[in-house]
Design a protein around this ligand. Sequence first.
Ligand code: PEP
Ligand code: CO
Length: 414
Amino acid sequence: MATLPPLVFAGEARDLTAQLAAVADGKAFLLQAGDCAESFESFSADDIRDKLRVILQMAVVLTYSSGVPTVKVGRIAGQFAKPRSAPTEQVDGTELPSFRGHLVNDAAFTAAARAAQPERLVQAYHQSASTLNLLRAFTKGGFADLARVHAWNQEFVASSREGRRYERVADEIDRAMRFMKACGVDPATQPALHDVDFYTSHEALILGYEEALTRQDSLTGDWYDCSAHLLWIGERTRQIDGAHVEFLRGVGNPIGCKVGPDATTDEILALCERLNPDRIPGRLTLVTRMGAGLVREALPPLLAAVRNAGHPVVWACDPMHGNTFTASGGQKTRRFDDILAEIAGFFAAHAAEGTWPGGVHVELTGDEVTECLGGAEEILDTDLGARYETVCDPRLNARQSVDLAFQVAELLRG
Ligand code: PEP
Ligand code: CO
């Protein structure tokens, strides 16, 4: 793998750091979104397009409603490895290794499927390359053109209440473009209205994969992990003397680190110091995932400590991983209201500390799945079985995602 071409270019990673610096400075908002785990099986052009368009929809809603630019980062083109709470899983008395994402093994409950297969690293690389290729084509080739803002609204979204609300925003954007044209600014000549900067990210969990794609930048001589623009450290692997921190501190990419409810201020300050000793704005994003019930108490001391130490971090809210539970039918799920409540708690904590609630980090899909409970067109416990397709954690469907964007936009407007 070390001989294969890099997936991203170091200059792009530096551009993302610059965009995230604006977020750290309170002048932009980060939207990081995509699958919990990408799959080797549900891999198609439609799948990639639908995920991109719901992210574009959310970004338009956020930007239009709040007036703040949105930095768009997908959990995509490399998000194939999963950390697990337990190394093995038991079903009817049989114990097998846990599923660790398609980068490592397969989800089927057989000994053969659960064995680690190194060839999967190469398959993940190739799937990431073709995913990224299509994303680049879509975002620079006309699909993401603001003139197509109506076309991003899929039928099953458009027919819902949040879909109609989106249509009204899209109408207003059309009107604004006609207004600009009437004033003599031809939208056709403004590249910023036609192209979108869309970045990729994943959890840098399997260090063999990351190391093989880490290359020295010919322009600066610095090392970059060229498997994605942004890499993050998971909640289970953020030990200050652990391999994941050691690896990512050595690459020039913007990096993230998950922060759960048990994190102490000492731990987080040590991580900031280790991962961003030069205090480069945009270099480090702290993604808090506390749970709706804990965020209001657990977050403020961390915000104050990091602010007082002068670390220019981006604070993002992952309202998914602290709010997961098992439904009566056995599926892992999350309530839309808990997700919203954690985001509201995140905004309240930042308001109390005078820090900037920099972004959200969510698991979603462009499809009409039934994996998370609630939302305006309510998904009930008994609906979960209808289209439960995730290979790992439950994702918001496109309708719930657009709904969430409107609610976050309202919080951003304050
Ligand atoms: C994830 O982002 O899918 C994940 C496993 O998160 P965390 O490390 O925060 O548990
Ligand atoms: Co997840």
